[in-house]
Structure formats: structure tokens, C-alpha cells
Design a binder for this molecule. Structure first.
Ligand SMILES: Nc1nc2c(ncn2[C@@H]2O[C@H](COP(=O)(O)OP(=O)(O)OP(=O)(O)O)[C@@H](O)[C@H]2O)c(=O)[nH]1
Length: 317
């Protein structure tokens, strides 16, 4: 959006700026060209740094100041520029900041013309028509920007979780594992994983139906989360396989916590005929100089051993 707004401003405002300079209106000419220049600088900065927040704020403020100068200088001829700017700023900054900026800009214009009648508008009727149309434009730009922001955060949330259980998905897990590697290297933070798999889940599906199987998976996640800290995260690793990523945990506590989860599930996760659901788990601490694939592979091997040893147990790598 920053690039698009920058491109449109450069294409459409540059000819005006040059025309105003050539026709002797230095104030508007310089204001127009400064708007173009600051857009170009903001776009380059955004591309170079990847930061879109500060360039967006810079552009929005520059546009508001620039358009005010144009309005005071060209009077009603300049007022038409208010409308695209009112829309642009909602694309550049958060909806709330855009509302504050647009109200400030409209407020300055309206109050100035009320204090000094004829400063911008030719009549009170014109001032009123401008105020009403500008507020309507701002209002709809706000509604649009707010809905877009809401949908974006909902999409982000949906893209990061498993839709059945609400646990984190593989995509989020990979990002969290990368982060764990960095924190281990930089701050020597201790990380551990518990990789677990429900026992005989195929039989559960076969005997009680797929729907009951789904229900068990849904109930499982809050049951596990209830024994974890806020900083610990649960991810769905595969069908009935889950991974718990634990931060600031030591090697002695890790199997104990996994055992607590196992017991909790055995006691509280019950099938329709009150038979318990059990799980097998492999736990592994992140070792220095290993990557996360090796780390998870060790947890996977421990889980494999837990299954081989007869299931419903925890094995430490
Ligand atoms: N209901 C339901 N079943 C699933 C889901 N994802 C995977 N499954 C089933 O989980 C079962 C896993 O079976 P297996 O891999 O043989 O494992 P298991 O029966 O749990 O046996 P062990 O892991 O060796 O104890 C398969 O029948 C899958 O269809 C799901 O989202 N919902």
C-alpha cells in the first residue's frame, strides 16, 4: 500500500507541483514537490528496512500538512485534494490514528474558516457541504479500514491454529522452533519438548465412531494446557500426535511434567463408556549444537520406544 500510494502521489502530484512552480505559485509548488519527495523517501525506506509503520506515519502526516498548505493557498480549488488524502491515510496508518489525523485536518480547516470567514470557502453553505461530505468519506474509510484490520487478524489467527483442536499448527510450530534455536544460542534459554501420541486411536475411531475420536482430540488440548504454564505451547503435530514446547525447563522436570500430563489424561479423558484414553510420550531437552530436526527426531525415537514398551508411559531421550 505504501508503494502504491507513493506511486499514485508521484504520478499525479508531480505535474501539479511543476505547473504551480511555473505559474509562480511557489508555496503550493514547493508543498506539492515536498509531498512527492517525502513519499519517495518513505517508499525507499520501507523497501530497505521492511518497516512499514514509520514510513506510513511519516507519509500520512506529510500529506495532511501538505494538503492544508494547498487548501490555505488555493482555497476552494485546493479542497478537492482533501478527499483522496482522507482515503490514503486509512491505508497508511492504523484506523484510529487515521481518524485522529483526519479529524485534526478537517477541524483546522473548518475552525479557521469559521474564525476568518471566506479564508477558504465562499459561503457557510459551501463550508457545511464540505464538512458533511468529508465526514461521510472519513466515516466510510474508517469502517472499511477497521473491517480489513479485523479480517486480517482473524485470518492470521486461523492460519496459525489447527481448526479442529485449536492447538498451534505445524506452520506455527516451525516458526516457534526456529525462535527456540535462536534463544538457546543467544541467551542459553533451556527448551524441552514432549511429543505424545494417543494410544490405539484407530480402535477408538473404529469402536466409537470418528465423531467421538474428534471429540477426544478437542477435549485433549485444554486438558493438557491446564497443567502447563502460559509460556508453554501445544501444537498438533500429526493426526493424534501432539507436541508441547516448553521454555525454561530443566532436564529433571521435563519427564515429570510429561508424566503429569499422562496421568491427567488417563484420569480425566474418558470414552463414552468411561474407559480411559491413554497416551505415550517421548521427551527431549534441546542440546547445544543440535538443530531442531535432530531434537525432534530424538523425541520421536523416545516416543517410538514408549509405544514399543507397551504404551501409556513416558520415555526420556
Ligand atoms: N477422529 C479422528 N481420527 C483421526 C484424526 N487424525 C487422524 N486420525 C486417526 O488416528 C488413527 C491413528 O492410527 P494409528 O496411526 O494406527 O495409531 P493408533 O491406532 O493410535 O496406534 P498407536 O499409535 O500405535 O497406539 C488413524 O485411524 C487416523 O485415521 C482426526 O482428526 N480425527
Amino acid at each position: 500500500m505504501i508503494s502504491l500510494v507513493g506511486l499514485i502521489i508521484t504520478l499525479f502530484v508531480t505535474p501539479y507541483g511543476i505547473y504551480r512552480l511555473l505559474s509562480g505559485n511557489l508555496v503550493v509548488g514547493i508543498a506539492d514537490l515536498l509531498i512527492v519527495l517525502s513519499s519517495v523517501i518513505a517508499v525507499i525506506y520501507a523497501w530497505r528496512t521492511g518497516d512499514t509503520v514509520r514510513p506510513g506515519q511519516f507519509m500520512a502526516v506529510t500529506f495532511c500538512v501538505g494538503v492544508l498548505i494547498v487548501c490555505f493557498s488555493l482555497k476552494t480549488n485546493g479542497v478537492f485534494w482533501i478527499y483522496p488524502i482522507l482515503v490514503f491515510i486509512f491505508f497508511l496508518v492504523s484506523p484510529l490514528t487515521a481518524v485522529v489525523l483526519s479529524m485534526l485536518m478537517l477541524g483546522i480547516l473548518i475552525v479557521t474558516d469559521l474564525v476568518v470567514p471566506g479564508m477558504i470557502f465562499q459561503s457557510h453553505y459551501q463550508l457545511l457541504a464540505f464538512a458533511v461530505t468529508a465526514f461521510i468519506s472519513s466515516f466510510f474509510a474508517y469502517v472499511f479500514a477497521y473491517r480489513t484490520q479485523l479480517q486480517r487478524s482473524e485470518l492470521k489467527q486461523l492460519a496459525s491454529i489447527d481448526s479442529l483442536t485449536g492447538a498451534g499448527n505445524r506452520h506455527t510450530l516451525n516458526a516457534e522452533l526456529e525462535l527456540a534455536m535462536q534463544l538457546k544460542q543467544r541467551l542459553q534459554t533451556n527448551f524441552g519438548v514432549i511429543l505424545f501420541d494417543l494410544d490405539h486411536f484407530k480402535q477408538i475411531n473404529d469402536n466409537y465412531g470418528h465423531r467421538t475420536g474428534d471429540e477426544i482430540l478437542v477435549q485433549l488440548v485444554p486438558l493438557i494446557s491446564s497443567v502447563l504454564r502460559q509460556s508453554d505451547r501445544v501444537f498438533r503435530y500429526g493426526g493424534e500426535e501432539f507436541l508441547v514446547l516448553l521454555r525454561d525447563i530443566n532436564a529433571a522436570d521435563l519427564p515429570q511434567l510429561a508424566e503429569k500430563i499422562r496421568l491427567n489424561v488417563e484420569r480425566r479423558l474418558l470414552l463414552p463408556d468411561a474407559k480411559p484414553v491413554t497416551l505415550s510420550a517421548g521427551v527431549a531437552m534441546l542440546q547445544p549444537d543440535e538443530d531442531w530436526e535432530q531434537w525432534l527426531h530424538r523425541a520421536d525415537m523416545a516416543l517410538y520406544q514408549a509405544k514399543n514398551n507397551g504404551r501409556n508411559q513416558v520415555v526420556a531421550a
